[in-house]
Design a protein around this ligand. Structure first.
Ligand SMILES: Nc1ncnc2c1ncn2[C@@H]1O[C@H](COP(=O)(O)OP(=O)(O)O)[C@@H](O)[C@H]1O
Ligand SMILES: [Mg+2]
Length: 228
């Protein structure tokens, strides 16, 4: 079993949206996926209240036991939705994760917060990648400056960025209001397509060798991780 922690210190970045849709897409793709809702706000549990996907309401202190129990029960991928704070709860999720997805909008404040989270991953020598969410779609084939600027800034800082960028799409909101992931809500839609691509990239990373982020003062920067 592999464990994916979806983290961000910013509320509203899209942790719950990404966690729910990723778990649903993994399940659609044939994985035995379980979603662990470790945020006391219980957004994921609320979103999937009537869904057949297994959702476990949990807390940071119970994560280690949950990972063990999920492994024993035959789960393939455990996706953890986390709160924005306190840091101790985020650290607990990072420690049980095989990979951390750091969700950030392409804004200055989100990126600044994401860089601090990446620093935390480096200190813990944990593997992680930034997933840009709520990005504007390209217009006439041209990527918005805010998106290219964000990716450039992150790569300049030696931070791994997922090869899939999630866009602002109404489908993400509509699907959850019906208790569904986007891959079930509109399987041929663009939100479903990008979510499946993200799920594939995450699975690919989990199947391959996963490198921990080295502390920033290490000579070798994690350039090999510039895409998932
Ligand atoms: N890619 C997206 N497109 C449109 N709306 C989004 C997207 N990602 C998140 N949202 C919306 O933004 C809000 C915050 O998302 P949420 O997943 O609850 O963030 P977090 O869990 O990080 O606090 C929600 O209303 C959600 O529907
Ligand atoms: Mg949330």
């Amino acid at each position: 079993m592999q464990t994916v922690a979806v983290i961000s210190r910013k509320g509203g970045a899209g942790k719950s949206t990404v966690a729910v849709n990723l778990a649903a897409a993994l399940r659609d793709g044939g994985q035995r996926a379980v979603l662990a809702d470790a945020d006391p706000l219980r957004s994921s549990s609320e979103a999937l209240r009537a869904h057949s996907l297994a959702v476990v309401e949990t807390s940071a202190s119970k994560l280690f036991a949950l990972v063990t129990a999920s492994r024993r029960s035959g789960c393939d991928v455990l996706v953890i939705d986390t709160p924005a704070s306190p840091e101790a709860d985020i650290v607990a999720a990072i420690k049980v994760a095989d990979i951390c997805l750091v969700v950030a909008r392409p804004t200055y404040l989100d990126l600044a917060a994401a860089l601090k989270t990446v620093e935390l991953l480096r200190q813990l020598r944990a593997p992680g990648v930034i997933v840009l969410n709520q990005c504007p779609s390209p217009r006439q084939g041209r990527e918005a400056r805010v998106v290219t600027g964000a990716i450039e800034a992150l790569r300049f800082a030696g931070v791994p960025v997922a090869g899939v960028t999630l866009r602002v799409r109404q489908a993400y909101q509509a699907a959850l209001s019906y208790g569904l992931g986007v891959t079930e809500w509109e399987p041929t839609g663009q939100a479903a397509t990008e979510t499946r691509a993200l799920a594939e990239q995450v699975l690919g990373r989990l199947r391959g060798e996963i490198q921990a982020l080295r502390p920033a003062n290490d000579a070798a920067r994690p350039t090999a991780l510039s895409t998932v």
